[in-house]
Design a protein around this ligand. Structure first.
Ligand code: ATP
Ligand code: MG
Length: 259
């Protein structure tokens, strides 16, 4: 079975050593996980306080809301540059709507994967906020701002002019480049699992970038030919639920073969 043979042609890059490997009791040469890579590369992410992001969005003002998905609402905001100088930076701030395991899991996965990947065709995560206070749990994500929003906003909104075919082709090629990077160019293989038009974001020049890594998974390791994952279904109130169930046959979206 060869449902995902793009992984086959990949030659694994040699593992680099990580200062955290000792703690994890890994033998030399054993493949590193996303967590290992995050410990090495995730330091570039900025850690924001909740009050900083509340100020950045004028207390999550409805006027600044640019979208809403299963995870929560997305706002346009402006933050200070790390050094505190220069004009404020316009960003997109996503606020987790719900408490509970699934939302937190997606938030964590997003931070871990986007803290590791780095490619012009993937949206840049600038930082995050994680606070557990008396007023509850706050989980937010701060991304580069994509002023033309998502491909979905253009394909299905009659109020905006249709995108020319040449631009559509450029968008498709960019999305494919983003996926190819995830499949082939990293030390680990990343299965995106959420490829849809609302997760293809467009900048002011209609350059496309993939977003939303909350459902991403590491590809198979150690000679395995596939990974078994779970289906994602949406409940009536818009919550995304993961459900593990037996596979009726190979090659469903839940099983990704590589051999
Ligand atoms: N970095 C960003 N810059 C500008 N707009 C964004 C950004 N991220 C998201 N958006 C806007 O917010 C909308 C909601 O995004 P979100 O990722 O939360 O949900 P979704 O992808 O539409 O749906 P789902 O949660 O089902 O995957 C997007 O469709 C897009 O219009
Ligand atoms: Mg999205």
């Amino acid at each position: 079975m060869n449902c995902f043979n793009i992984f086959n042609s990949r030659t694994k890059k040699p593992s680099k050593s990580s200062p955290d490997l000792g703690k994890q009791n890994r033998s030399a040469g054993s493949p590193r996980s996303i967590l290992d890579l995050y410990k090495e590369k995730g330091h570039d992410l900025r850690k924001f306080s909740f009050s900083e992001l509340r100020n950045a969005t004028d207390n999550f003002n409805r006027v600044l809301k640019i979208g809403e998905g299963g995870f929560g609402s997305v706002y346009r905001g402006s933050i200070r540059h790390p050094g505190g100088h220069g004009d404020p930076l316009v960003v997109a701030i996503k606020k987790l709507r719900r408490n509970g395991m699934q939302g937190h899991k997606e938030w964590l996965t997003e931070v871990q994967f986007l803290g590791v990947v780095n490619h012009p065709k993937l949206v840049k995560l600038l930082g995050y906020c994680s606070e557990d206070g008396e007023r509850g749990t706050q989980r937010l994500l701060v991304y580069e701002y994509m002023s033309n929003k998502s491909l979905e906003d253009h394909l299905f909104n009659r109020a905006v002019p249709p995108i020319p075919w040449i631009t559509r082709l450029k968008i498709l090629l960019s999305a494919a480049e983003g996926l190819a990077y995830l499949h082939q160019d990293l030390e680990i293989q990343v299965i995106f699992r959420d490829f849809k038009s609302s997760n293809v974001l467009l900048d002011g020049n209609f350059n496309a970038k993939l977003s939303d890594f909350g459902l991403a998974r590491e590809g198979p390791q150690g000679g395995q030919s596939h990974v078994s994952t779970t289906t994602i279904r949406e409940s009536e109130n818009g919550k995304r639920l993961e459900k593990t169930s037996p596979l009726p046959e190979p090659c469903t979206p839940r099983m990704v073969h590589v051999a």
